[in-house]
Design a protein around this ligand. Structure first.
Ligand code: ZN
Length: 197
């Protein structure tokens, strides 16, 4: 059954989906009402057509600037650097940060063949250099794992001299953890207890 196999192959491309799960997903759509299949494919295509990177912070946005970059009540002298857009949500939930963000889209990981040029680091440096408002502080909130740490050191290096203060969150963060899995309390403490690097 060529078309069923083809769909299974498509699901196999998703991270963390094994052969059995891919088959289950495919069979789900085989048995589902046609309206559900149509809704799924339409949602996929619409998402691809509408969702873009925000040209300033590189988070997701539906056309133009994202909600945070276009919100003028945010403190634009404060910039928090995160690995992924979902990390922004985690930090927003703590309610203890009112600055702007910059999304790197990953971390430096030589083992996975990912270097500084594959991330939005050049864009970060340009953003800091060209910012109309002086950026008082850059808070580096990459994950507290090996890749996140080396990314943090690299960023601190390239930004040195360009901003007044560079800090790193970390206080109370579980080693090897991910920002978006850390509970709000710990993340909030970690933000407040950030240290200069
Ligand atoms: Zn933005």
């Amino acid at each position: 059954m060529k078309s069923l196999d083809r769909l299974i192959k498509c699901f196999r491309r998703l991270q963390g989906v094994g052969p059995r799960q891919a088959e289950r997903f495919a069979l789900h759509f085989l048995r589902a009402p046609e309206s559900e299949v149509a809704e799924f494919t339409e949602a996929l295509l619409k998402m691809r057509a509408n969702v873009h990177y925000c040209p300033i912070c590189f988070s997701y946005s539906e056309g133009g600037l994202c909600e945070i970059c276009s919100d003028d009540t945010r403190d634009d002298g404060l910039l928090c650097v995160v690995e992924e857009p979902k990390d922004i949500e985690a930090i927003e939930k703590t309610g203890s940060y009112n600055g702007l963000y910059h999304v790197l889209h990953g971390s430096i990981s030589p083992l996975d063949g990912r270097g500084a040029d594959d991330l939005k680091i050049k864009e970060l440096v340009e953003r800091v250099q060209n910012s109309e408002r002086e950026i008082r502080e850059v808070i580096i909130a990459t994950n507290p794992d090996t890749e996140g740490e080396s990314t943090s050191l690299y960023i601190a290096d390239v930004l040195r001299g360009l901003v007044g203060k560079i800090t790193r969150i970390g206080y109370g963060m579980p080693l090897g953890g991910h920002i978006d899995y850390i509970d709000e309390m710990t993340l909030s403490h970690s933000l407040k207890g950030r240290t200069k690097i």
